[in-house]
Write a new protein. Structure first.
Length: 403
């Protein structure tokens, strides 16, 4: 937990789940830059001495008394700081929602002050102030802007923020095409602001609806997944094609038969669990991801390929927290090794620990990962065993058995 100083007071903030040894903060320079801009905007409205695009945006003022929407708030820093204005937070991350809720409580703020919506929920009908933390995925930004555009009007203040490395020409082009004229600020502490002036509704009607979700057919050389139809909502990892790690895993999935409980952990578009369900109709599948869009994609992928008489469970949540201990026979996992811009194995380790708890004695965890990540060391420490089931120069498939 760390203390963030904002124009509205100091806040104690932490990521979720909070881990004592985690040195990563729940905010960064981009969040600070945006909050400082919002506080200064009206105070500097009468200042005619400053020049440039950023100064002009500040002088225009920001009225936070209207309907404030915060999009992509990674750990709730923005929504918590602006809680007095009763904002709506829209995020694709379950963990971001939990972090926001926890940070509000941590600072003695009524949790009802912030309305939490997912990226799959219907946005508010009117938005007067739209604050966007630019996501890593350009497709997710595109989808978000399309979904929000009908609620934006000519008087809406639109401000985006991100690290310099996150804001590209393509990022600005999306704001311009979907909402209206766009410009950027100077960089401060390697962060930048985006200012967008919404065009009239008829001018924005050209950008009616986004292209998502999209579908593709898994190539015939993808082992157990060959020929499956995959559905992807915006923001899913490698949404437009099968990534090489998943392809390698599909070629080396365990061949099993009979009634058993299989968990696709960190399921993404659900292609791994769906391949298992097709190969073994007696299997009972649970798909889990912390991304609302990922779980929606997995549910759509499953429905496209599996007989509806064999229902599955789809969970947006924090790892295996909702899976009963000792109830799983097989866990499939392609863990992420990035948390936004940070490279970390903390998420993978929590997935491995949760898997050990969820598996019955004799149950197996199968993991695919880049060879250099060294997951075998973690798995041997947790399970007391780890076997290499397949490998190539880039990837390795590992198996750990609950004893």
């Amino acid at each position: 937990m760390n203390r963030l100083t904002t124009p509205w007071g100091d806040l104690d903030l932490a990521r979720f789940p909070e881990q004592p040894r985690d040195t990563l903060r729940a905010w960064d320079a981009a969040d600070e830059y945006l909050l400082r801009h919002l506080a200064e905007a009206e105070a500097a409205a009468a200042d005619d001495t400053a020049t440039g695009a950023e100064a002009a945006a500040v002088r225009a003022g920001v009225d936070l008394s209207g309907n404030v929407v915060v999009v992509g708030d990674r750990w709730g820093a923005l929504a918590t700081a602006l809680a007095a204005y009763l904002p709506v937070q829209i995020t694709d991350s379950y963990l971001a929602q939990r972090a926001t809720h926890a940070n509000l409580l941590r600072n003695g703020i009524d949790t009802d002050a912030v309305r939490l919506l997912s990226a799959r929920d219907t946005p508010p009908e009117r938005i007067d102030v739209l604050l966007i933390r630019v996501p890593k995925s350009l497709s997710l930004l595109e989808d978000q802007l399309h979904r929000l555009a009908p609620a934006v009007h000519r008087g809406t203040t639109v401000v985006g923020t991100g690290k310099v490395t996150e804001i590209h020409t393509s990022t600005l082009r999306l704001f311009e095409q979907i909402l209206g004229p766009t410009r950027t600020s100077l960089a401060v502490k390697k962060a930048r602001l985006i200012f967008c002036a919404p065009a009239a509704e008829h001018a924005r009607s050209r950008a009616t609806a986004g292209a998502w979700p999209i579908s593709y057919t898994v190539p015939e050389d993808a082992g157990a997944g060959s020929g499956l139809t995959v559905v992807n909502h915006a923001g899913i990892f490698c949404a437009e094609r099968l990534d090489i790690g998943t392809r390698f895993f599909l070629r080396n999935l365990p061949e099993r038969r009979g009634p058993e409980h299989v968990v696709d952990l960190g399921c993404g578009n659900g292609v791994l669990g769906t391949a298992v369900a097709v190969a073994n109709p007696e299997a009972r599948l649970t798909f889990i991801d912390e991304s609302f869009s990922a779980v929606a994609s997995a549910e759509a992928t499953y429905a496209k390929n599996v007989d509806t008489a064999n229902p599955a469970r789809f969970v947006v949540g924090d790892g295996l927290a909702t899976v009963a201990a000792g109830s799983a026979d097989l866990v499939l996992n392609n863990p992420p090794f990035h948390s936004h811009q940070a490279t970390t194995d903390a998420t993978a380790f929590r997935m491995f620990t949760g898997s050990r708890e969820a598996l019955r004695p004799g149950g197996q965890l199968w993991v695919v990962g880049n060879r250099h990540l060294g997951y075998h060391t973690r798995l041997r420490r947790l399970f007391g065993n780890c076997d290499v089931m397949a490998s190539d120069p880039k990837f390795v498939v590992l198996r750990a058995v609950r004893r």
